[in-house]
Design a protein around this ligand. Sequence first.
Ligand SMILES: C[S@@+](CC[C@H](N)C(=O)[O-])C[C@H]1O[C@@H](n2cnc3c(N)ncnc32)[C@H](O)[C@@H]1O
Length: 237
Amino acid sequence: MGKDSIYERIKDKAAFTLSKRKLKKILTSDNIDEVLESIKRYKGRGFYDKIRLAQEHNELRDLCIRVQKHKPKVIAEIGTWNGGTFYVWTRINPLAEKIISIDLPDGDYGGGYDEKRIKFFSEFTADRRNTSLSFIRGDSKSESTLKMLMSVLGKDTIDFLYIDGDHTYEGIKKDFEIYVKLMSPDGLVGFHDINTFKDGYGVHKYWNEIKENYRHEEFIKPGSRVMGNGLIYLKKD
Ligand SMILES: C[S@@+](CC[C@H](N)C(=O)[O-])C[C@H]1O[C@@H](n2cnc3c(N)ncnc32)[C@H](O)[C@@H]1O
């Protein structure tokens, strides 16, 4: 091992320790507005400098209100990237028992997260003994990912699923078809980018095909032609 890498490791350890301290200061509330505001307030060091969020504020806020009201025990997120929405799910749901992140390293639409970031994400629930976090770095549709997910779930089903990974029409369709079978009968499924019309983004097309089959809500900033959150309620009434 060269001098530089030892130096880098010491620097990283110091950055992590300082960032952990900074993070601890913002883990104070499960109030949605305070949680969303705390992301902006957090200023870590080095590799852990920020928690990045790829969302429109009110579109996420409205989704959070429904999710928090539902009191999910088991949450799974496809597409975590820099941890923004993952942080939000961990903080607004103090009663959650399992929160699972699934993300493809170097995946499209963000690039996933380095293994090193897992220890930082794990600190999001440092104050919560009842919540266990799991990180599956792989394609949401691959056999190995699903095997790992089943092992984390055990007999549990998913109460809230957030899909923000592969944004192609085929990708989102497969994700929904596979994961809906792992959901609780009254579960909620959130979709990001139901209102993005750029090349390579097919969520809007799939969302418009399936939404009428379910009770659903759309959270879209008036006049916007980007992002947007959709929510499906699997329970019919
Ligand atoms: C837009 S980012 C997620 C942003 C995050 N939900 C937020 O708002 O803070 C999309 C993530 O999906 C991941 N991804 C892309 N294709 C995937 C796939 N097939 N399976 C799992 N994750 C995937 C990418 O690696 C990327 O990190």
